[in-house]
Each structure stands twice: as C-alpha cells, then as structure tokens.
Ligand binder design. Structure first.
Ligand code: ATP
Ligand code: MG
Length: 862
C-alpha cells in the first residue's frame, strides 16, 4: 500500500464512521502561544478548551514538524522532523469504546497488520481501556502493558484538560533490537514501534492537582503515516518508504556514492532527506530563516542538512535542488507546495550559500580545538555561532561526535551581552536614520518572489515601528521584486507577509533611493526588522508586460509606417491596455491604422525574442537604441531589444518573446493637440474580449434587423428611406384630418363681442396635431380663440391659441392659460398667440370651455 492510499483509506474509513474530513492546517499555527504544529490536535486546541467545533467528529491528515526528536532523526529507524499524522477526533461525542474498536478495525482489517505482532499499552489506572482491549477486542492479556504517568498520561500543561493514553505498538522483530535481548515494549530501540496513540481526555486538573471529570470528554488520536508505510512496505526504516525513495536516489547521484556505503552515509542521507521535507514545507507555510523562533528552527534545520551534505561529500549548495523533487512527490496531497516552490528554492539557496562560505572555516576551527582540548570554551562556541553561523545545537552535535564538552553557561552569558549591545546600537541607528539614507534595491526583473527585511515603515507620513491589522501605510524593504510605477508602466501589486502578519500591496512608488510599498494590513502586524516574503501578483505582472512589449512594437511600427518623424510624447502601460502619444502632423486614415495593426500582429506571430542588455549609454546610442528626449540616463543603461524590430532604452518589465502578447488591436487613433496623436491599444485577453463584445453587438444588430452582418448598413439605409416615405404619407394624412376636424368645429362656435370661441376634445393625439388643427381654424375663422385638448387616460394636454386681432384687444393666450389652468387643471403657460397646459383636469373639458368663455367676457368688459 503506498502512502497516498494510506492517507485516502484512513480518511475514508473515518468518514464512514461519521467524521467530517478536514484539510491539513498550516505548520504555523494561528495560535501565538504555539511555535509549530507538532500534532494533529494542535489546530483543534480551542475545541478541546470548550469552543464549539464545526462538527463533533473530525478526521485529518496533518503535516507536523517536531524538533525535540531532531538529534535522533536519521539515526533511529522511526524519527523524522517532518511527518504526517493521521488523526480522528471526538469533541464530547464518542469515547474510549469507539476509539479503541475503530482503531483496531482499521489496523487489522483495512491495513491488515497481523494481530500477533501487535502490542497495546494502557495507563496503569485506566481499567476501562484495559478491559475493552482484553475482553471486547480480545488482545491477549500478556500483550497489554501497563505504563506510568510519564509514558501514558497526556497533559497540555500543569493544569487543564488531560487524560490517559493507549498506544498500539508493532513488533518489528528481534533484528530491530540490535542484538539486545532485554528489548521490550516501552524501551527506546526501534523493535517495538509505536504506531498509534489514542488519547482519552477525560479530566481537568485543577491548581491543587486534583483530577476532576470533564463534562465533555474528548478523543484525540495520532498515527504516524511514515511509520505505517514502514511496516506495510516491509522496509528497514521510514527512510526507505515510497515517499523517500526518489530523494535518496537523488542524493546517491549528488554524492556519487550508494546509500548503504557506510552507516555514516546512510545516516547523513536520512538526515538530509528528512530535513529537506521540513524545509520545503516550513517555507511553504511562511517561515523564513532568522535568529529567532520558527525562523531559527528553519535555519538550524537548513544548516544541519548542509553539514551532513558536506559530510557525505557534497560541497556545493545542493539542498535547493531537491525542493522540486519534494514538491513533485507531495503536491497531490499538498497543492500549496507548487505555489511556493520558487520562493523555497530562492530562500534555501541563499541560506545555503551564506552558510557554506563559513562552514568549512568554522569546521576547521572546531577541528583544531577538539583535537587539542576536551573542552570547548563558551567564547569559542559563541564565535562559531556569531561569526561562522553555527547554531549551538550544531556545535553540540559535533562536540558529541568528538566526545568533548561545551561551556554552555558561558555561551549563553555572552549571547545575552551581545543581544543587549545590538539592541542598544539598533536604537541608536534608528534615531539617526533620516529619510534620505533609506535605500532599497529592485531585484524583480527575473524574480517575482523574494524574502527581504523591513527597514522602514511610514504611517500617515511619520516613521513607525509597526503597522497593525486594518491600518494602511508604507513599507520599505532592503530588496524587493515589486516594480515601482515608472516609465509609463503601472506598479506591481501583491502580498507582503511575515510570520506575524500579512498585507496587500496596493501600489509601489519610488521616492529617492527607496521603493515604498503602499500596504493595507490584512492579518496580524508587520514590524521594522522583520523578515518578510514579498510576492508579486504574477497575472498582473504578465498583463503589464504584454502591454509594455507591445508598446515597443507599436513605436517601431509607427516609425516604419509614418516615418522617423514619429517621436514618443508619452505612454501609459496598463494591464493588457496601453496608450501611446506621439508627434505627427498629418492625418491618419483607417487604412494606415489597419496597416500598423497588421504589422504589429505579424511581429507577434514571428515570436521574436526580447533581449535585455546593460551597456554604456554611448554604446547603446551607437547601436541605434531609441532614447526618450528629456530623460536623464545614468552612465550605464538598460536596453530592451526586440531583434530585429526595436531597440529602446527602458527600465520596464517585459516578456521573453513577442508571441506572448497573443493579440493586439488598435481601438483608435485620435488627435490630442496640435501635432500630437494618441493611439489606444488592447492586448492579450482584453483584445479578445473587445473583439467578442463588438461581435456580440453586430450579431444583435443583425438579429434585430434580420439582415446578415455584411448587409447591416444597406439594411439600415433601406429602412431610413422607408421611414422618410412613411413620414411623408403620415404628414399628408394628418393634414387632411386636421382640415376635416377644423371644418367640423366651425359649426360649434360661440361668438362673444365678435370673437369666435371654439373648443374640441380629442383622444390621444400629439400637441403638434392640436396645433395643426388650431392653425387650420385660424385660417378660416378670425378673430378667434381656440381651445383644444387631447386626452390620454386620466391625463390631458391642451392648448389655447389666439389670433392677432384678439391679441390686439388685449387678450393673450398665455394669460388665459394661466388663469384657466388654476381651476381647470395643473399647470400651463405660454406666449401671446399660443399657450400650452397639462395635467389631471379637476372639471370636465366642457366646463373648462365655459370658464374660458366667462374669462373672455369679463376681460372684454374691463
Ligand atoms: P515516540 O515515542 O515514538 O517518539 P511519541 O510518543 O512522541 O512517539 P505521539 O506524540 O503520541 O508520539 O504522536 C503520535 C504518533 O505520531 C506516534 O504514534 C507516531 O506514529 C507518530 N510520530 C510521533 N513522533 C514522530 C516522529 N518524530 N517521526 C515520525 N512519526 C512520529
Ligand atoms: Mg516523541
């Protein structure tokens, strides 16, 4: 059974027993009191302390790193620093009975371990478990061993949840006792291999040391995946299981010697194979080598591995080369490894290179001391630590090999003194650091992920020591892969992360000699002096590079098509989108635009490579590179060459070859001032999107017009003609109708003082039509006052028209309208001969007409 099947079978088994399957948590717990995830239960600590879990039964395969075992790793057959723990958990749900029964069922029925080789340990006072194993499971009494508090009683601390454990042990056979005949369960050799530990958390220990029963009892079990594979695959140690085979093979290649050449080689390979897994996983989860905390653990592991590399005859940095192999072996179960691979390689290589430089000299020094004395003074141990980068543990390990002692007390004394000194001097330096002296280095042309150190933080433009969660501010690191906005190209975005916090980088700007990352803290906090990982958003960087390389092709092509008169006047490089301004006086027609677009696209298809060169300015200009007018260049310049199309001095980030641009379309060229034109271009994905959108519009138009796309224009022209004709017919008809209606009204006129007053209410017609009728009436009837309405449901539009003679008598349409609309309907107003109103009428139209007549009468009297 390979490791992958063991994982899957385990999770499947416990799923069938009602457990919720959880993914492995990070090796770096989000609990600040715990340094590393050392067991499957670590991510669930808060549920053991009473918080409500998402499910009462959970099962996981948890990645773990343990350093207390580190000195034994490689020498015993069973200890690793990095290993995977298979676990099932019950939070106040099932207890001993089920936990024991299921573990036995899984071990004997799924894994098919032979029962005769299995031993059980129980806690001496735990009769319940003893009985379950003996009476219910049927394990012979002589293979159930009672153990004391030290081995089989689990506690989280002096007070708090605790309880007895029970272990399942596999007897590997006398050959693993290494000749010892006294070997028995609980002894420290490899023969009786602990496979699975079942922890029954049933008590809460109070301050007086009394064990009080917990109201909710928990189960926490842990089984080492590598140990299970060791037994199932019938090999000699955890280092010979499937997951390690390719790594050991590769080490044989690197060291040019077989794994079993000598015990020393075997041990060294074991150590390296184990450590490289821990290194890869720790960096992937966000650890960085440093002199404190997790960072120190990582550093120690790397340095220890390097030393065993040297011991096996590998004298150049090599660890980083194994990382892709670890990723390859583990990525199916831990897909996060692929994302962090490049970073892990970079960090490990740097750490190896730094240490390799001093390792040999340090070793020689140590050799010198140990060959003369049987004692390493504290001063020497500290010197090895401080100058040669030897973690104390490493010196200790070598000392043990040579059988000499170290004055560790003195070592720690000197360590403390030196810490105090650096603290003081750092405080002094931070007082002296003015903004001018802050520097950072851009290293992002070929790297998108790097680790650096925070050297400066600004919050609201003032220096700060740290930025907590939710805050915005600016961070400067000693080196950065983030491209600051410049040369028309927008800044990179991405993530900055330390062990203690994480922030989004929203913008990057260069100020003086430093590159400022504008951040918003997402988690934890970031502080000055901290190691951080800087991770550039790759998709964005790629899209910016597509637009930037396309800009160079466009520039060269414009010069080719329009002549050298074309001079760049400005540019803006966004994601898959660019704007290029240039000087040119003539008109640029569509044919020219098409031509430019076609040429650039043919350059893209030819997939020319983009070469970057650093050279003296003189030389670049001699080679014909285009420099920007007014730009200040240093002595050495960076030349971006797309052979044979373009050579430009440029600090931007580019593609490796033009083919990566994919597609290039010109959205338009227009004039933005005398003699200055602007081209707008889309590349890559955005170009395709634009074309698709345009096609959709055309398809929609074609569907609506019921015409093939190529007939859309003629179809519209035809329709316009039709509409014109229809309009003419309509006009004629309306004219006729208006005359008829006008004719009809004449019969219903009222004459007051020689003035003809007529009124008519129509259905839903336009104001224009009412006016047309009014005009017809005016032609026939004079002097006249005309009141016409058009009713659309509840609403009414109406007009009042007065002929010239009426106006000269002082009766004006606008005033009539103002007066009448008060009692008739909402609002209205107008000029002398024509007024217009509307709204919901209060009284019927006829009554309105009456009012109008009354108004006319009274105004004539006055
Ligand atoms: P041991 O006594 O063998 O060191 P342990 O008592 O430390 O084991 P637990 O803390 O109970 O082990 O962990 C549960 C299981 O995890 C163990 O039964 C074993 O299968 C596995 N395990 C523990 N430590 C290691 C290690 N260093 N390397 C590989 N597997 C381990
Ligand atoms: Mg242990």
């Amino acid at each position: 059974m390979d490791s992958k099947s063991i994982r899957e079978n385990f999770l499947k088994f416990f799923k069938s027993k009602g457990h919720l399957r959880f993914a492995s948590a990070s090796l770096i717990p989000d609990d600040p009191t715990v340094l590393l995830t050392i067991a499957g239960m670590v991510p669930f600590k808060r549920y053991f302390l009473g918080e409500t879990p998402p499910a009462r039964r959970i099962t996981t395969v948890q990645k773990c790193v343990r350093t207390p075992d580190i000195d034994r790793v490689g020498y015993t057959q069973r200890h690793l620093t990095f290993f995977e723990m298979l676990g099932n958990f019950s939070f106040g749900d099932y207890f001993k009975e089920e936990a024991i029964t299921w573990s036995w069922e899984f071990i004997t029925e799924i894994l098919k371990f032979s029962k005769e080789k299995l031993w059980i340990t129980v806690y001496k006072d735990d009769e319940v478990s003893h009985n379950i194993w003996e009476k219910e499971i049927g394990v012979p009494g002589d293979r159930i061993v009672s153990m004391g508090e030290e081995d089989n009683f689990w506690t989280m601390g002096p007070v708090g949840p605790c309880g007895p454990c029970s272990e399942i042990i596999f007897d590997l056979g006398p050959q693993f006792g290494y000749g010892k005949t006294t070997c028995k369960v609980g002894c420290d050799c490899d023969r009786y291999l602990e496979i699975w530990n079942l922890v029954f958390t049933e008590f809460n220990r109070d301050e007086t040391g009394k064990l009080n029963p917990l109201p909710r009892k928990n189960i926490d079990t842990g089984m080492g995946l590598e140990r299970v594979a060791f037994v199932l695959q019938k090999v000699n140690s955890v280092f010979e299981i499937d997951m390690f085979n390719p790594i050991i093979d590769y080490l044989e290649e690197l060291a040019e010697k077989p794994y079993k050449e000598s015990l020393e080689v075997t041990h060294s390979f074991n150590i390296i194979a184990d450590h490289i897994r821990a290194i890869t996983f720790l960096i992937s989860d966000g650890a960085l080598p440093s002199n404190e905390g997790r960072g120190y653990i990582l550093r120690r592991i790397i340095r220890r591995a390097v030393r065993f590399g040297v011991k096996s005859g590998i004298n150049t940095p090599f660890l980083y080369k194994i990382i892709p192999l670890v990723t390859f072996i583990m990525k199916d179960s831990y897909p996060e490894l692929e994302k962090s691979e490049e970073l892990a390689i970079n960090i490990t290589r740097k750490e190896e290179e730094n240490f390799s430089m001093t390792l040999e000299r340090g070793l020689a020094r140590l050799e010198n001391i140990t060959s003369q004395e049987s004692f390493i003074p504290g001063e020497e141990a500290f010197r090895l630590y401080d100058t040669y980068g030897f973690p104390l543990e490493l010196t200790r390990e070598i000392a043990t090999e040579r059988n000499v002692n170290i004055d560790e007390a003195r070592f720690f004394e000197i360590m403390e003194e030196s810490r105090k000194k650096t603290r003081e001097s750092r405080e002094k330096v931070s007082l002296m650091v003015g903004k001018e002296s802050i520097k950072s280095k851009f290293i992002g042309y070929n790297t998108l992920e790097e680790d650096g150190e925070i050297v400066h933080i600004l919050k609201d433009n003032n220096s700060a020591e740290e930025l907590p969660r939710g805050e915005k501010g600016e961070i400067v690191t000693d080196i950065t892969p983030f491209y600051p906005e410049g040369g028309g190209q927008l800044a990179d975005r991405g993530i900055i992360q330390s062990e203690n916090g994480k922030a989004n980088i929203l913008d990057v700007q260069k100020k003086g000699n430093a590159i400022y990352h504008f951040v918003e803290i997402l988690e934890g906090k970031l502080s000055v002096g901290e190691r951080v990982i800087l991770r550039v958003d790759r998709d964005r960087r790629k899209a910016l590079a597509r637009a930037h390389t396309a800009t160079h092709l466009l520039h060269a092509t414009l010069r080719e098509v329009l002549g050298d008169i074309v001079k760049q006047a400005g540019s803006l490089v966004e994601r898959d989108q660019l704007r290029f301004d240039f000087t040119y006086f003539g008109e640029i027609d569509q044919d020219t635009i098409n031509k430019v677009e076609s040429i650039v696209n043919s350059h893209i298809r030819k997939d020319f490579s983009v070469k970057i060169k650093e050279l003296p300015l003189e030389e670049a200009l001699r080679e014909g590179a285009i420099a920007l007018f007014g730009e200040k260049y240093g002595e050495n310049v960076r030349m971006v060459e797309i052979d044979p199309i373009s050579k430009e001095l440029c600090g931007g980030t580019h593609l490796n070859s033009t083919g990566e641009i994919g597609s290039f379309i010109i959205k338009g060229i227009y004039s933005i001032g005398t003699g200055v034109k602007r081209v707008e271009v889309l590349t890559g994905e955005k170009a395709i999107k634009e074309i698709q959108e345009e096609r959709m519009i055309i398809n929609e138009a074609s569907g609506t017009l019921k015409a093939m796309p190529q007939d859309i224009v003629s179809s519209i022209q035809k329709r316009e003609e039709e509409i014109d004709n229809l309009k003419k017919i309509l006009q004629k008809d309306e004219d006729m109708l208006a005359s008829l209606l006008a004719e009809k009204i004449l019969d219903n006129r009222t004459v007051i003082d020689g003035i003809n007053i007529v009124g008519l209410l129509l259905g839903d017609v336009s104001i224009e039509f009412l006016r047309l009728i009014g005009d017809k009436i005016k032609e026939k009837l004079s002097p006249s006052i005309i009141f016409l309405g058009a009713k659309d449901g509840e609403k009414l539009k109406f007009i009042i028209m007065t002929s010239k003679e009426v106006v000269s008598k002082g009766i004006k349409a606008g005033e009539l309208m103002k007066n009448i609309s008060k009692s008739f309907s909402g609002s209205g107003g107008g000029r002398e001969e024509l007024a217009q109103g509307g709204g919901k009428p209060i009284i019927p139209f006829e009554k309105g007409l009456e009012k109008l007549k009354e108004l006319v009468e009274s105004s004539l009297k006055n």
